[in-house]
Write a protein that binds this ligand. Structure first.
Ligand SMILES: [Zn+2]
Length: 76
């Protein structure tokens, strides 16, 4: 696995938060326990593919952030 200085989580966050948007999330499963998440920008339809670990990271950030952007999450 290639490590990059800017993670896809940061890219999604910067993209959506520069516009103050929540991305649309689609879960794709090739097989059981082999899922990826596709976050789509509702403004320009740009897509970001995240692993479940990266998605969890983005979700956790969205839940703890004061900013109204990121990914929407189920409201308890
Ligand atoms: Zn966009």
């Amino acid at each position: 696995m290639v490590m990059s200085s800017v993670s896809v989580v940061d890219k999604v966050r910067e993209h959506l938060c520069s516009k103050g948007l929540y991305g649309d999330v689609t879960e794709w499963c090739e097989a059981r326990n082999d899922c990826v998440y596709v976050v789509t920008c509702p403004d320009c339809s740009k897509e970001f593919m995240l692993t479940d670990i990266e998605y969890d990271e983005l979700l956790a950030w969205s839940q703890s952030s004061d900013q109204a952007c990121g990914v929407d999450f189920p409201h308890a």
